[in-house]
Every structure is written in structure tokens, then in C-alpha cells.
Design a protein around this ligand. Structure first.
Ligand code: NAD
Length: 309
């Protein structure tokens, strides 16, 4: 059975639920929220679209008991950024919320995979892992999946190439200290470096910096206009869910536990990883150049300073 429980039916959670309903690869979706009426209302609204959905998926509002036989629990509960607020500023409020949610999930007898989106996502994924007692391979943060998707689209626009042919990642914190891995980027089968040399445009350096900054700052720009970001992250969470349920072995930049990779230990950070039905199968250690290594270490320092006991 492809059962998913969603905890948190706010802007992000409902965008994710709506993506699932439209994509039709889940058989059952249960919505849980501290505001039970909200979860009920959202379930009713989604169910009414079922006449037009591609599969007859069961959607309902429920409780933590529903986690017992779920394959995946996705957590999107907690406070979101207000205009001008950083993700890291949410840490105290959301650490307490994450701990109580994971305790309730655990009490149900849940034995699947937890996917965390609540911010600061790297710090909260670590909290969820510690609190859950699950192997780290089964607690995954959405991490820089969203940032990397934005980056690929913007790079594709700049280079005039389909973003699906742009293989480029943002790694580190999902937040202000994240970094682009230009040294390992490829466009189709060609390295980015080769493509740039071939095209020989003197303003590339400046433009690539602009592209990265636009990807990194996208959330601020969106929040200043519409108050939240939700559709992009909803689609990213659906992508991660599908990689797990379909046992895809897809490489996605997710937040996962580092055990010496990239010179870091006992910390959740976003790096490319192979995602399967068992969660993280392998953390991929890219060969970062010196500047990227230094930025990655700095990002790790920022995250370590943000932890709350
Ligand atoms: P929102 O305020 O719209 O929704 C949050 C929901 O969580 C509400 O429905 C609230 O009732 C529920 N909630 C609060 N405490 C709870 C608890 N203890 N148990 C169960 N439910 C609880 O917020 P949002 O815009 O949906 O954002 C949710 C989180 O997702 C925020 O932390 C935000 O920063 C994060 N986010 C992450 C990404 C990403 O890329 N990882 C992107 C966008 C937003």
C-alpha cells in the first residue's frame, strides 16, 4: 500500500497534497494538523476533485494513529518565515514542534520514512532523526531540492538550454549559507566549464553569480510578494515521495546525515544522495574545489551554531 501521512496542512502541506492528488502515484493520503478542522476542510476540498483525478486515491483527515502503517510521513508543520525573516530564526519555535510531532509519530509504531520540510530544514531533520530513533537513512530533509530546482531553471534560462539538461546543484544549508557547485555542473554531456570556454562570453562570471543569488534569494522575493512559498516546495516533496515509493535510485540533493563526507560529521546538510524505497542508499561525495570546500565548511558552522537542545 502506498500510504502517506502529511503532518501540517498549511500552505506548504496543501500544495504537496494537491500535487499528490494530481500525480496519482499514492493510494492513500491522510492529513493531520494541530488544527483538526483545517485538516478536515482540506481533505474535503481535495476529495471533491477526485472525480477528475488520474487514480482513485483515498484522502482523509486523521490522527497520528494513521502513521502506524504509512510508508512515508511528510512533516510540513510549524511556523513559516515572515517577510525579512531568515529560516534560521524559526529554530526555537519549530524545534519544540518537531520534537512533539515525532514523539507522536513514534508512539503510533511507525516504521517507515520521515521526510521533513519545516524550516530550518537541516536542523529540524537532525532533530527528527534523533527524536525518532530511526536509522538516519530513513529521515530525510527536503534540503536544497527546491534551491537546486530553481538554480537549474535559472541557469537553463541564462544558457538557453532546457533545464532538464542542466545538471547543477546547490548544496549545504537550505538557506543563506548554501553554495553552488559550479565546478561539477554539466550541461547535457558537457561540463559547464567546457561550455563556457566554447562560448567565450566575458560576462559569464558576473552572470553566474547573479543566477546563483537569484536562486538563493528566491524565497525572500516570493514571500515579499505573496507571503509564503508553497507550490515549488509542494512539487519537490512530491518528487521525493515518488523517488521513495517507486524505489527509483534517483539522485536528489536532500538533507541527510553526514558521516565524514565533505569533512563533516553528525550534521544534516544537503548533498546529492541516492534515494530508494529504503530511504538514503548512498551519500555522494562530490569533488568540490577549494573555494567550494571552504564555503561548505562555513555552511556547516552556521548550522552547528543554530542547533537548539
Ligand atoms: P503555515 O502556517 O501555512 O502552516 C503550518 C501548519 O502547521 C498549520 O496548519 C498549523 O496548524 C500546523 N501546525 C503547527 N504546529 C503544529 C503541531 N504541533 N502539530 C501539527 N500541526 C501543527 O506554514 P507553511 O507556509 O505551510 O510552512 C510550513 C513550514 O514549511 C515552515 O516551517 C516553512 O518555513 C517551511 N517551508 C519549507 C520549505 C523548504 O524548502 N523546505 C519551503 C517553504 C516553506
Amino acid at each position: 500500500m502506498r500510504k502517506v501521512v502529511l503532518v501540517g496542512t498549511g500552505a506548504v502541506g496543501t500544495a504537496y497534497a494537491y500535487s499528490l492528488v494530481n500525480q496519482g502515484f499514492v493510494t492513500e493520503l491522510v492529513l493531520v494538523d494541530a488544527n483538526a478542522e483545517k485538516a478536515e476542510g482540506e481533505a474535503m476540498d481535495l476529495i471533491h476533485g477526485m472525480a477528475f483525478a488520474s487514480t482513485n486515491m483515498k484522502v482523509s483527515a486523521g490522527t497520528y494513529d494513521d502513521c502506524k502503517d504509512a510508508r512515508i510521513v511528510v512533516i510540513t508543520a510549524g511556523a513559516n518565515q515572515k517577510p525579512g525573516e531568515t529560516r534560521l530564526q524559526l529554530v526555537e519555535r519549530n524545534t519544540a514542534i518537531m520534537k512533539s510531532i515525532v514523539q507522536s509519530i513514534k508512539a503510533s509504531g511507525f516504521d517507515g520514512i520521515i521526510v521533513v520540510a519545516s524550516n530550518p530544514v537541516d536542523v529540524l531533520s537532525y532533530v527528527a532523526w534523533k527524536e525518532s530513533g530511526l536509522p538516519a537513512s530513513r529521515v530525510i530533509g527536503s534540503g536544497t531540492t527546491l534551491d537546486s530546482a530553481r538554480f537549474r531553471v535559472l541557469l537553463g534560462e541564462y544558457l538557453e538550454v532546457d533545464p532538464r539538461n542542466v545538471h547543477a546543484l546547490i548544496v549545504g544549508e537550505h538557506g543563506d549559507s548554501e553554495l553552488p557547485v559550479f565546478s561539477q555542473a554539466s550541461i547535457g554531456a558537457e561540463s559547464l566549464e567546457n561550455m563556457l570556454a566554447r562560448r567565450n562570453n566575458p560576462s559569464d562570471k558576473e552572470n553566474l553569480d547573479r543566477v546563483f543569488n537569484e536562486a538563493r534569494n528566491a524565497a525572500y522575493e516570493i514571500i515579499s510578494r505573496k507571503g509564503v512559498t508553497n507550490f515549488g516546495i509542494g512539487m519537490c516533496l512530491a518528487r521525493i515521495t515518488k523517488a521513495i515509493l517507486d524505489n527509483e535510485y534517483s539522485i536528489l540533493p536532500v538533507s541527510c546525515l553526514l558521516n565524514g563526507e565533505y569533512g563533516q560529521e553528525d550534521i544534516y546538510m544537503s548533498v546529492p544522495a541516492i534515494v530508494t524505497r529504503d530511504g538514503i542508499k548512498e551519500v555522494i561525495e562530490l569533488k568540490l574545489n577549494e573555494e567550494e570546500q571552504a564555503l561548505f565548511a562555513k555552511s556547516a558552522d552556521v548550522l552547528r551554531k543554530t542547533r537548539v537542545e
